[in-house]
Design a binder for this molecule. Structure first.
Ligand code: KDG
Ligand code: MG
Length: 412
């Protein structure tokens, strides 16, 4: 079972996706997601120029060895581009191993630890009535846990709030498939942390009043606060019993979380922009977070993220894998297989891909009353329709960024 062909396929149905497709000499095909939102072509070049040739002729069954080879032989370690490229190879090899064994990948990882994966959806609105409608739409689709994002009075546009011109998911929900806007330049948004801190507790109070105490609610702060601001927000949200507060600080300074943790019992989730266990070791070991947000796609694949999550399990930290639309259906499938098998699964983000994306990627996961299951197809359970993919060439896209009122660039 040697790797015969390594192809990198770029397609932009509802948004850009980068997929690695490996074919073995006995005809098995494995897919890996290498999508890095807004920097897609950097990973394409890394894979095409520096990795593809190294794969040809290699034994496709040696997943751990391949991971170590790609990580160590490059000399330059970590970083989103490298780790997305390694992730794609790793996922494709797990896909091939599953197909060779005639088993879904979760069986190879130890089998199911649960019947399904509780998933949260994204409700958002510029105003409370819009937000309530969005929560109801998600509940009607079966979501049992919901992320809450709203506009802030005085701010024009905020990342994470679906616009009225947004596209529609396959389930009919109004949605922004492109937090990364297509175009030659990134969109500028505005930000004011004090206005945000004044506004958000009232939003959660209103949501609790409208939807009751039981619904698990989540909130994403997108790395925008200092530790003391984050501590203040966590404390002010305690009465509303959040499932988690996400990315409260730019957490590459892991020690900063000590200050936040001293002040609040609101559970914390961090890590969608992290790439390796080294980004997590202090915050896991000191139990400064409750959920690991990494995606399989951005953390070196199933092989490495499983190690991160096994390490987290020792400290009672659970998974909360990133599942935005910029993780492709292949990356989502990998997350579902991993989430189903580990003991310390917490929750899975599920943002729903668009109609065109689902025509390019044929998936076998199921959605049942708020729970995802990856299905029982051998491998990851996703196939790529290359002809369909070819209809949608790459389009330049950037994530937005923030400036404060005085023009200073701020975290978004
Ligand atoms: O590529 C960036 C998006 O995936 C990310 O900003 C979405 O924060 C996000 C989330 O929690 O899904
Ligand atoms: Mg996030």
């Amino acid at each position: 079972m040697r790797i015969d062909k390594a192809e990198v396929i770029v397609t932009s149905p509802d948004r850009n996706f980068v997929t690695l497709r490996l074919t073995t000499d006995d005809g098995l095909v494995g897919l890996g997601d290498a999508t890095l939102n807004g920097r897609e072509l950097a990973v394409v070049a890394y894979l095409k120029e520096h990795v593809a040739a190294l794969l040809i002729g290699k034994d496709a069954s040696r997943i751990e060895d391949m991971w170590q080879f790609l990580y160590r032989s490059a000399y330059w370690r970590r970083g989103p581009v490298t780790m997305a490229a390694i992730a794609a190879v790793d996922m494709a090899l797990w896909d091939i191993k599953g197909k060779a064994a005639g088993m879904p990948v979760y069986q190879l990882l130890g089998g199911a630890s649960r019947d399904g994966l509780m998933a949260y959806g994204h409700a958002s609105g510029k105003t409370l009535p819009e937000l309530f409608d969005s929560v109801r739409e998600h509940q009607a689709l079966g979501f049992k846990s919901i992320r809450i994002q709203t506009g802030v009075p005085g701010l024009r546009a905020i990342y994470g709030i679906a616009s009225n011109t947004a596209g529609t998911s396959h389930q009919g929900v109004r949605y922004d498939h492109e937090p990364a806007q297509r175009g030659a330049l990134p969109m500028q948004e505005d930000w004011d942390t004090r206005a945000y801190l004044r506004h958000i507790p009232g939003v959660f109070e209103a949501v609790r009043h409208e939807f009751g105490p039981e619904l698990p609610l989540l909130h994403d702060a997108h790395h925008r606060m200092t530790p003391i601001q984050a501590a203040k927000l966590g404390k002010s949200l305690e009465p509303f019993d959040l499932f988690w507060l996400e990315d409260c600080t730019p957490a590459e300074n892991q020690e900063a979380l000590r200050l936040v943790r001293q002040h609040t019992t609101t559970p914390l989730a961090i890590g969608e922009i992290f790439n390796t266990v080294w980004d997590y070791h202090t915050i896991i070991r000191e139990q400064l977070i409750d959920y690991v947000r990494s995606a399989v796609t951005h953390t070196g694949g199933i092989t490495h993220l499983k190690k991160v999550l096994d390490y987290a399990a020792i400290y009672q930290v659970k998974s909360g894998m990133h599942g935005p639309t910029d993780v492709s259906p292949v990356g989502m499938a990998a997350a579902m297989h991993l989430g189903l098998s580990i003991h310390n699964f917490g929750i899975q983000e599920y943002m729903q891909h668009g109609v065109k994306t689902n025509q390019v990627f044929h998936q076998s996961f199921t959605w049942n009353e708020g729970y995802l299951h990856p299905g029982d197809q051998p491998g990851l359970g996703v196939t790529l329709d290359v002809d369909e993919a070819g209809k949608y060439p790459y389009e330049q896209a950037y994530l937005p960024f923030n400036r404060l009122a005085d023009g200073t660039v701020h975290d978004w």
